[in-house]
Design a protein around this ligand. Sequence first.
Ligand SMILES: Cc1cc2nc3c(=O)[nH]c(=O)nc-3n(C[C@H](O)[C@H](O)[C@H](O)COP(=O)(O)OP(=O)(O)OC[C@H]3O[C@@H](n4cnc5c(N)ncnc54)[C@H](O)[C@@H]3O)c2cc1C
Length: 472
Amino acid sequence: MANEYDVIVIGAGTGGYVAAIRAAQLGLKTAVVEKQKALGGTCLLWGCIPTKALLEHAHALKVVQHAKEWGVALPQGTIGLDMGQVHSRKDRIVGGLTKGVEFLFKKNKIDWIRGTARLTGNGSVDVFEGEKQVLRTRKEIIVATGSAPRGVPGIEIDRKRIITSDEAIHLREVPKTIVVMGSGAVGVEFASIFTRFGSDVTIVELLPRLVPVEDESVSAELEKSFRKQGITSHTGSKVTAAKVTDDGVDIEVQLADGTAKKMHVDYLLVATGRGPVTTGLNAEGVGLQLEKGYVKVDRQYKTNVPGISAIGDVITFGASGHPQLAHVSSAEGILAAERIAGQEGRPLNYDHVPGCTYCDPEIGSVGLTENEAKARGYDVRIGTFPFGVLGRAKMAGETDGFVKIVADKKYDEVLGVHMIGARSTELVAEATVALRLESTVEELIRTIHAHPTMAEAIGEAAHAAHGAAIHL
Ligand SMILES: Cc1cc2nc3c(=O)[nH]c(=O)nc-3n(C[C@H](O)[C@H](O)[C@H](O)COP(=O)(O)OP(=O)(O)OC[C@H]3O[C@@H](n4cnc5c(N)ncnc54)[C@H](O)[C@@H]3O)c2cc1C
């Protein structure tokens, strides 16, 4: 006999587990099928959490390396990293959070069905691990199977020397040399981690600038800061060959000027993006419409097959694409669960998704970049304010970067806020609320920003957008 549920969620990442909790809160009997030995998916096990834990270690090392500046006397000798301790602290954090999700499942009476799910049609799911189990849903199945690192043609990932982020987070040694291929969030975060840990880091980016989805000014500032830190960036360049040797990788890079560069490094980290996971799901077998492997959904996360929804990294809306972010997958999970429970929800505004990149210096952005706003026909007004002028930035010794506001001249509406500098990933929350509330620049000016804080830069950038920052 099949086990019956109102909702069956496939995948316990930040999309799936949050959808399950919301469904259970709304009184739906819910099961989650997850094939890993722990809950939490990419974010908790290989993504957001372990990388940011490593970045916090990198930051701690930076502070200690500058101890003299802070008047902190250290015993003689070189400052080193105990990688065993670094990884055990990181693993403790990950373990604590995955156990936390298990606790929430118990609290909300959600069944975790361990194994790999296969859609079989008519609301049924087979689960394989040990004996096959058959689950049936009375209402809906939510596919939340996420994504996995994607390679590039011609570069064979052996997971030992040519690695992805999945291996990089477990690397016990600090590489002497590493090439990072791709300068999206994952690439530049690992570049920051390894540089601070002591590696010689080179970034190779196909597009003309680092962090290509960010505002151009942010890319330029990051490149400048990375150069100061000793990171070499080859933009407009391409890794054309990579061959594993006894002690590393031989790499050939075609540089922007057309010349070829040969390098021998300890590791090549391929950080060129992630692709959808639908292996073993029988998606096509039950008639799900896929686009480049992604599950196609509408703005309510319904697929073309009645009774099957999909959320998170595995989905596409078609031409307009879809951001692969933990908070996006969770927001979608909540909306999907609420719709299944019969609630009416407003669709998400994907222009208001905050993006955080935790490299050093951090990047926080939300809304349209200057170029995007111009391309949409806005008469754009810009306000920029450097963090370096602020008392708080000086105290923290974190004076790099700025806040840039992109606004519409006609109605004064804030269209986008882009920042690079310490704590930008926290500061972006204010900008996100401003966009959500369709705030004007004037409202940001009249918002009182506490002193001394890094957030003062947002108020000052708003003043600058109206022609005059106070402290410049
Ligand atoms: C290095 C790195 C750093 C990142 N940092 C950030 C960050 O700082 N902030 C941010 O917002 N995002 C970050 N991300 C992205 C974020 O992790 C993803 O967007 C998010 O995890 C997507 O959630 P999801 O639920 O859609 O999928 P996933 O988290 O990928 O979860 C899918 C789950 O489904 C399971 N599954 C798949 N197929 C089956 C099956 N057939 N049966 C049973 N189970 C199955 C998988 O085992 C997995 O647990 C990062 C990603 C990486 C790789």
